[in-house]
Design a protein around this ligand. Structure first.
Ligand SMILES: [Zn+2]
Length: 150
């Protein structure tokens, strides 16, 4: 193996196929939990839409919010199925993202009123969300998901 030659790097122009694309079943489950948690978290006056997006890495998704329009877009990774999911993971994902929506107004208010460092506030928010997500899921979640969504 002395004459092994390094392969030249190629510029990849065609996107790789998604190996474990999100299934219709996953999508319906996420949708079901958005409808379950929207009123529980006091977000009935928000429009929450689900969108798909291709992510690098293992992110399940994130949420984009438009406070004035009371519109939130929950972006879900197209490779949702690439990691095995625990029962309840879809529900916890939804609880987590909707808690961000729940807090949006407070964070905007804090920023407007000179919260010393907005990044610190966001990181504090995230640690609270992780605690609340677990509490809410343990109290009200469907532990044995996935539920029948049809
Ligand atoms: Zn988060």
């Amino acid at each position: 193996m002395t004459d092994e030659v390094a392969k030249p790097k190629r510029v990849r122009k065609v996107a790789e196929p998604i190996l474990y694309p999100i299934t219709d079943e996953d999508w319906l489950e996420i949708k079901h939990y958005v409808e379950k948690w929207r009123p529980l978290l006091g977000l009935k006056d928000w429009r929450i839409s689900l969108m798909k997006k291709r992510y690098k890495g293992k992110d399940l998704g994130w949420v984009e919010m438009f406070l004035d329009a009371k519109l939130a877009r929950v972006w879900v990774s197209e490779s949702w199925g690439s990691e095995p999911k625990d029962p309840g993971e879809a529900e916890q994902f939804v609880i987590h993202e909707l808690l961000h929506v729940r807090n949006k107004g407070m964070l905007a208010f804090a920023a407007d009123h000179g919260a010393s460092s907005h990044e610190d506030v966001l990181s504090e928010e995230h640690s609270q969300i992780n605690i609340l997500e677990d509490l809410l899921f343990n109290a009200y979640g469907d532990k044995h998901g996935p539920v029948q969504t049809k």
